[in-house]
Design a protein around this ligand. Structure first.
Ligand code: SDX
Length: 441
């Protein structure tokens, strides 16, 4: 499904480490990708030197070789298979972006038609899947339902569980991308006590998703094309983002050969956190807590206080030290959706703009290079579209599924792939003798 991954190039360039305690020197090869920082190949560090690397949070560690997504955090660049996110957001649709991420290039008309057909005809769920929802309280967080129901898919589809078989991987990949909107919409319907709405094959992916979220059996549901286009663009923006926490979770789970649906469930669990995909929900809660522009300075002050755990949700990023290119497009989409819905004066938008302006002028945020990220505006759009707060991260999971699946396939197809197994810096008790209970104080 992916192009051949191992395409890095090694020159004669090396980096030498000197242990000043012993004078020993160790040289390691430098490898270059097609673009971005070169890497020091430390695969043999431990066997050659007896040292581990130590990089909590992997701030300076490349975990794999990938040809899917490139980010330049300083430039604020995001490329899917080399195509700038701005061009894809303007000219592409989510199905085309899915094909691009999975196969490595934009589809021609027939390839796109075929792909959309195949995805469309996998959107239904096995009827028994209904029963998994019934095991949840109605007030469960939809992300808890997503983790459970997607994980349950690993108990079905025994026709495509041989992950070494490319056809099985493709079937599992298509099923995951196709069924995620149905699973997500049903999590919402279950929470509000409405009947599940089945997918309709004549609808496009994002239209179908809106239909399953908001239609009901009592009256026709009319899809707003502006909202469908906005949702489709938002799905494109969230589709992949190189080795973020949830994608790394899927890769690590998949590296043991685990069931692909179970790996995606692990990715959903990681995305749920407020430091990651859960930030879109946390941004709205933060804006609602701030309540008024007059209170913004108070919260900016709190965000700067090292003793206050409060963070400005929707700001900052491990990689982007410039404006997240997705945030710019998201803000433009925000204007379009609010204008279409006639709620341009939405107080939350004004509050968000005020918060952004104050933060971007503040020396603390400038120095730490904290800019709005993809999550800063998405929640305002979702709220305006009538999507409940608790479903915001679910929509992120629907979009990111194609990225997780593409990265999972790339990992399985990588001839250098091994089970992921990091080491540690141990600082616990050294060996000590066991004391019988009677001997303890
Ligand atoms: C996503 O990785 C991805 O690609 C993720 C994602 C994707 O598409 O998959 O882009 C999606 O998760 C976007 C991020 C959503 N999260 C939030 O909006 C939550 C608020 N942001 C922070 O929690 C934080 O910015 C993180 C978690 C996103 C990044 O944290 P890091 O890696 O610690 O950031 P950093 O090292 O660049 O931080 C530099 C400094 C630190 O202070 P010091 O240790 O130097 O004293 O800035 C501080 C941070 O504590 N800081 C903030 C801050 N974000 C970072 N201070 C106040 N408010 C913030 N929002």
């Amino acid at each position: 499904m992916n192009e051949k991954v191992v395409k890095s190039s090694s020159s004669n360039r090396t980096v030498t480490l000197v242990d000043n305690a012993t004078g020993r020197e160790f040289s390691f090869p430098v490898i270059s990708g097609s673009v971005g920082p070169d890497v020091i190949d430390l695969r043999n560090l431990y066997q050659d030197t007896g040292f581990f690397t130590f990089d909590p949070g992997y701030t300076s560690t490349g975990s794999c070789e990938s040809a899917i997504t490139f980010i330049d955090g300083n430039e604020g660049t995001l490329l899917y298979r080399g195509y700038p996110i701005q061009d894809l957001a303007e000219h592409s649709d989510f199905m085309e972006a899915c094909y691009l991420l999975l196969y490595g290039d934009l589809p021609n008309a027939e390839q796109k038609r075929r792909f959309e057909h195949d995805i469309t005809y996998h959107t239904m769920l096995h009827e028994q899947m209904h029963e998994f929802y019934d095991g949840f309280r109605r007030d469960s967080h939809p992300m808890a339902v997503m983790v459970g129901v997607v994980g349950a898919l690993s108990a079905f589809y025994h026709d495509s569980t041989d992950i070494t078989n490319p056809r099985h991987r493709m079937i599992a990949s298509y099923r995951m991308i196709a069924k995620m909107p149905t699973i997500a919409a049903w999590a919402y319907k279950y929470a509000i006590g409405q009947p599940f709405i089945y997918p309709r094959n004549e609808l496009k992916y994002s239209e179908n998703f809106l239909h399953m979220l908001f239609a009901n059996p009592c009256e026709p549901y009319v899809i707003n094309p502006v909202l469908a286009r906005a949702l489709d663009r938002i799905l494109i923006l969230h589709a992949d983002h190189e080795q973020n926490a949830s994608t790394s979770t899927v890769r690590l789970a998949g590296s043991s050969g685990a069931n692909p649906f179970a790996c995606i469930a692990a990715g959903i669990a990681s995305l749920w956190g407020p430091a990651h995909g859960g930030a879109n929900e946390a941004v709205l809660r933060m804006l609602e807590e701030i309540g008024d522009k007059s209170r913004v300075p108070e919260y900016v002050k709190r965000a700067k206080d090292p003793d206050d755990p409060f963070r400005l949700m929707g700001f900052g990023h491990r990689v982007y030290k410039n404006y997240d290119p997705r945030a710019r497009i998201m803000r433009q989409t925000c204007y379009e959706v609010l204008d279409e819905l006639g709620v341009r004066d939405e107080p939350l938008l004004e509050l968000a703009m005020s918060l952004e302006n104050i933060a971007l002028d503040d020396e603390f945020f400038v120095k730490k290079k904290l800019y709005p990220n993809v999550d800063f505006y998405s929640g305002i759009i979702f709220k305006a579209m009538g999507i409940p707060l608790s479903m915001f991260t679910v929509l992120f999971a629907v979009a990111r599924t194609v990225g997780w699946v593409a990265q999972w396939n790339e990992m399985i197809e990588d001839p250098t792939q091994k089970i992921g197994r990091p080491r540690q810096l141990y600082t616990g008790a050294t060996r000590r003798e066991y004391k019988l209970l009677a001997q303890r104080a």
